[in-house]
Ligand binder design. Structure first.
Ligand SMILES: Nc1ncnc2c1ncn2[C@@H]1O[C@H](COP(=O)(O)OP(=O)(O)O)[C@@H](O)[C@H]1O
Ligand SMILES: [Mg+2]
Length: 364
């Protein structure tokens, strides 16, 4: 029997970032130290079925031609049976967006009692939810753009009041569905007349909408690697090719530029790193997160925008690149993430055991 740790690399999935997840997973597979780990590819198709082992390996590029998506219903199962029969030691989910980055795969791993890489259930769900994230930033005294929340029911009932509350933040505004990603359903609103259409677009994707004051300036990202204390990388910068960092910038064209490291003064770097770690801890993150900032062009003030609990892992993605520039190579990053997953599992197991002990056996 192999003494290597068997790592289930889970990719694809039911989100708009299905293809990106596959590209990320291929980079992870290429960087994983095969002398220490046995790679177990696991692929989820766009409808949420788990492909058979041969299909998963093929999509990952482990053999021959590489399809750009997980073919639907390829010998598929409701759940990969290898998760149930002791075939894997640790789960490495590289799924972006809903049904993966949002606490769902993490919950599955908890139910299966399998160690898994990255944030726990609550932190993954929180970072996927812009409204809850912003409320926690506020509670922790962390700077973030001013915002208003609109529910579908409120919009239906008291639309004029929703518009007035939003416009009181001042123009321009950003209107977004609370729980999505990839800039889908997001609009920049420059005039009061276009606000309603922006809210209605966001409501197509979620029944919870967030309206934010626009911070006109620079977009900065910091990679955080868990540990005690967590490590914050040097910052990187996104220079959008469009009006903002929209879906086309992220996936369709090459108009956008990524600068790593970002040209910044040392004081600003230190402040961004401090805020990145504070945000990581305030949201209860573990393992990894990419922390995104807006730097106000007027006064250079750093505002927290959002955290991504499963950041892009492609060879050009900011997360591994920024940690690379900070002295953590890609293979070492995977080692540390896997070690953190195992360590958490052992630690949480003690608590689970304590909670299971019958009351009669407790000292008090
Ligand atoms: N308050 C804001 N001020 C300025 N730009 C913003 C603001 N909110 C969002 N944006 C722009 O929209 C992009 C996507 O918004 P973001 O909140 O990061 O959503 P997503 O989860 O889809 O990435 C950001 O990268 C930025 O370009
Ligand atoms: Mg974003």
């Amino acid at each position: 029997m192999s003494s290597k740790l068997r790592v289930a690399l889970v990719f694809g999935g039911r989100s708009g970032e299905h293809e990106v997840s596959i590209v990320s997973a291929r980079s992870v597979a290429a960087a994983l130290d095969r002398s220490r780990y046995e790679l177990v590819p696991m692929a989820i198709d766009r409808v949420g079925r788990w492909a058979d082992a041969a299909t998963a390996a093929r999509v990952l590029g482990e053999a021959g031609a590489k399809p750009d998506h997980v073919p639907a219903f390829a010998g598929s199962h409701a759940l990969d049976p290898r998760l149930l029969d002791g075939s894997v030691d640790v789960l490495l989910p590289i799924l972006h967006g809903p049904f993966g980055e949002d606490g769902t795969i993490q919950g599955l791993a908890e139910m299966l009692d399998l160690p898994y890489v990255g944030c726990g259930v609550a932190a993954a769900a929180i970072t996927m939810d812009k409204v809850v994230t912003k409320r926690l930033f506020h509670e922790a005294g962390l700077p973030t753009p001013r915002f208003e929340v609109i529910t579908a029911a409120e919009w239906e009932r008291e639309r004029i009041r929703c518009e007035a509350r939003s416009l009181a933040l001042g123009l321009p505004l950003f209107v977004k569905p609370s729980r999505l990603g990839s800039s889908v359903g997001i609009s920049k609103v420059k005039s009061a007349e276009t606000l309603a259409a922006a809210v209605e677009l966001a409501l197509e994707y979620d029944d919870l909408v967030i309206v934010e004051e626009a911070i006109i300036g620079r977009e900065i990202e910091v990679a955080v690697l868990g540990g005690d204390p967590p490590l914050a990388s040097v910052p990187g910068e996104i220079v959008p090719g469009h009006e903002f960092y929209d879906y086309a910038d992220k996936y369709l064209d090459d108009a956008c530029k990524l600068l790593a490291p970002a040209p910044l003064e040392p004081d600003t770097v230190a402040e961004l790193q401090r805020l990145a770690v504070s945000a990581f801890l305030a949201l209860g993150c573990e393992g990894m997160a990419r922390v995104d900032f807006l730097l106000d062009g007027r006064d250079g003030r750093a505002c927290l925008s959002e955290l991504n609990s499963i950041p892009g892992f492609t060879s050009i993605s900011m997360y591994p690149r920024l940690l690379g520039l900070s002295g953590v190579s890609y293979p070492e990053l995977l080692d540390r993430l896997i070690a953190l997953a195992l360590e958490r599992h052992t630690r949480r197991r003690c608590f689970a055991d304590a909670a299971l002990r019958p009351l009669s056996e407790r000292s008090r």
